[in-house]
Design a protein around this ligand. Sequence first.
Ligand code: KG4
Ligand code: ZN
Length: 351
Amino acid sequence: MNLKSKNDSIILALETSCDETSAAVILAGGDKIKILSNVIASQINIHRQYGGVVPEIAAREHLKNILPVVDESLAAAKIKPAELDLLAVVAGPGLITSLLVGVEAAKALSWAWQKPLIGINHLSAHIAANFYQNQVEFPTICLVVSGGHTELIYLKDYWQYQKIGQTVDDAAGEAFDKVAKLLGLGYPGGPAISACAEELRIKNYELRIKLPRPMIKSNDFNFSFSGLKTAVLYATKKMTAAEVKKRTPEICYEFQEAVVEVLTAKTIKAGKKFGVRTVMLAGGVAANKRLRGSLEAAAKKSGFKFLVPEFKLCTDNAAMAGVAAYYLSLKSKPRLDGWKKIKADPNWELK
Ligand code: KG4
Ligand code: ZN
């Protein structure tokens, strides 16, 4: 049954910025948003054997998956193309070969179905996952932590962004992935490290290793994670292979603590400096339970409201782009010929 009323919009969103081919259908009107479908064709099992995402393979898989995923998301939402009001596509940042598949498919569908299309920034989509079923009190600060980005974004309103800090080298997710690779834990590293760290807590191992908390006391809002990864490398070089294996839970635990402490401290410091009402967390690393718990506790202690998307909306998916598209469409009316101006931009920055 279609629950659409007169002022509601039905949006089909596509996301192909990295290694997930995703399409989602959103029903939105006023403050009410409903995700009708959110289909994700994950390529993790294909890239796992290479220890990370191989761009050429990712693009080929997107090509194979994009139209079936669109069909499946429409069917799951029980929506026909003619019922759509708007199309949206993540146009950057990301891998150019991956972005191109989603962007060109969306442009073709916009033209063929005669529906307006808007381009969505991938990081703004991660942030918008927090707008779903939540009342945001602005101003807010959002910590966006993913495989490619670690940024602190100040928002005065849904679409008024100011980047106030970022990583000067590796992203937090990238550090999780690289440390996991170094310890032989496979790809993606975040969930593997976090599960292994949990073992330390359960089995009550002794914690002897101490890693640095990079830039925790610096006066800016920037981050650095590549030194932390090198510190793990040096620590393991001092051990025998058997010792590394035995102490892997201890290394994972201390590494996760170091990342979480730095991210929490800098975000709260930014929240205080900018006088925000809400602290938000977004991006793939926001699926990390330790980080969610730590930031929530620190935010509440400092009197901020805390928001984080439900787990399945943290890692890459198209529903978050659909939510972002809805708020963007309220700001400026999408045009039927909008597709002509949309280009995949691997370096699209949120400013
Ligand atoms: O946002 P995302 O799905 O893709 C990018 O935009 O990069 O984020 C993927 C990143 C990967 O680096 C992955 O290891 C990390 O998010 N990640 C996690 C967890 N789940 C995913 N990191 C830490 N803990 C997790 N539970
Ligand atoms: Zn992402």
